[in-house]
Design a protein around this ligand. Structure first.
Ligand code: NAD
Ligand code: IPM
Ligand code: MN
Length: 368
């Protein structure tokens, strides 16, 4: 039987730097565990624009559709800021999400013990934290029509439209309830039903799906602005949070600081099951291309490494190997290995991206 396939799209900025460390771990899985993948690589984002004049070619899109899993680094950067909107690097990523129909974006925020003092919040607020934000990823204001910049009289007007259908809300709600059943059985849904009709529909549909299909799961509703406040006030009140595309984007960056650094947050973007029963899937760190540190060997590769762990779990049914990678990361952090973003007030000497990857490999070796 053919090996399962992975398409790597490392992208721009620190994307290729953090992905290089993931490639080492993929190699390790083959060498030490006999778990082999057919890995191919292609371009997305600014680098694809430089090579082909588009942030995602049709050929790359087709490869992504055919792969068992896609791993993505990051896209974007100041070099591309002035490009026409239609060919901006971010459009490549949005096209992947839309055409692969990756509607359920799992963004876990877990505070490793060793980092409980590195968050900008107090230790007891974050220690032991383990929550997941389920972000709707293929609809809402990111994709709604009408959109654009138009002339209205003497001035320009910028328009985006928040639009959700019942079925779009229902499917992401189901994915949050399913996840909650495997965890602490608790979902908090966030919208702004007080000011948005799409928020009213969101709240209604989530409640209906709950009452009909998941009455055993504890469900609460919260306005998203209060949700942002509650996330920094007492995040441990949450288990699974389900929310729309834009609120999910903002709330997940916010949740990142509960873990110590944006460089720690992985994500899985999941769609409908493929013929092999596994979901169509793309895995990527929550962070971007970090132009301020790109090319300096400073980036923390852990978010990308943990995203690969999520791929092992969700796309390849290798939960034990996923846990092995997560435990290796935990050990490295417990040993005090830190990239620059994880330097606490007491300082110390940070390791490079490569050294962090090597430390994780050593911890994986030690796990055998
Ligand atoms: P960013 O996430 O790239 O960076 C925000 C801050 O966090 C920066 O100070 C950066 O140095 C730091 N940071 C991020 N990842 C880090 C890591 N792994 N290790 C250490 N520090 C890290 O967000 P931004 O600066 O707002 O955006 C930069 C570019 O990235 C933009 O073009 C944006 O559109 C793009 N972006 C892409 C993605 C993606 O590809 N999924 C996500 C977010 C932003
Ligand atoms: C993210 C990013 C993306 C988003 C951008 C780069 C399109 O911020 O994945 O969080 O807004 O969804
Ligand atoms: Mn974001």
């Amino acid at each position: 039987m053919a090996n399962p396939s992975i398409l790597i799209l490392a992208g721009d900025g620190i994307g290729p730097e953090v992905m290089a460390e993931v490639k080492k771990i993929i190699g390790w899985m083959g060498d030490k565990r006999g778990i082999r993948f057919d890995v191919s690589e292609d371009l997305v984002g600014g680098c694809a624009y430089d090579a082909h004049g588009t942030p995602l070619t049709d050929a790359t899109m087709a490869k992504a559709q055919a792969a068992d899993a896609v791993l993505l680094g990051a896209v974007g950067g100041p070099k591309y800021d002035k490009l026409d909107f239609s060919v901006k690097p971010e459009r490549g990523l949005l096209r992947l999400r839309k055409e692969m129909d990756l509607y359920s974006n799992l963004r876990p925020a877990q505070c490793f013990d060793a980092l409980a003092d590195f968050s900008s919040l107090k230790r007891d607020v974050v220690a032991g934290l383990d929550i997941v934000i389920v972000r709707e990823l293929t609809s809402g204001v990111y994709f709604g029509e009408p959109r654009g910049i138009f002339k209205e009289g003497n001035e320009r007007v910028g328009i985006n439209t928040q639009r959700y259908t019942e079925s779009e809300i229902a499917r992401v709600a189901r994915s949050a309830f399913e996840l909650a059943r495997k965890r602490s059985n608790k979902v908090c849904s966030m919208e702004k039903a007080n000011v948005m009709e799409s928020g009213i529909l969101w709240r209604d549909v989530v409640q209906e799906i709950h009452d009909r299909e998941y009455p055993d799961v504890e469900l609460s509703h919260m306005y998203a602005d209060n949700g942002a406040m509650q996330l920094v006030r007492w995040p441990k009140q949450f288990d699974v949070i389900v929310t729309d595309n834009l609120f999910g984007d903002v709330l997940s960056d916010c949740a990142a600081m509960l873990t110590g650094s944006l460089g720690m947050l992985p994500s899985a973007s999941l769609g409908a099951p493929m013929a092999n029963g596994r979901p169509k899937a793309l895995y990527e760190p929550v962070h971007g291309s970090a132009p301020d540190i790109a090319g300096q060997g400073k980036a923390n590769p852990i978010a990308c490494i943990l995203s690969f762990a999520m791929a092992l779990r969700y796309s390849f049914d290798l939960g034990q190997e996923a846990t092995r990678v997560e435990k290796a990361v935990e050990k490295v952090l417990a040993d005090g290995v830190r990239t620059a973003d994880l330097m606490g007030p007491e300082g110390g000497t940070p390791v490079s991206t490569t050294q962090m990857g090597d430390a994780v490999l050593a911890a994986l070796d030690a796990s055998l």
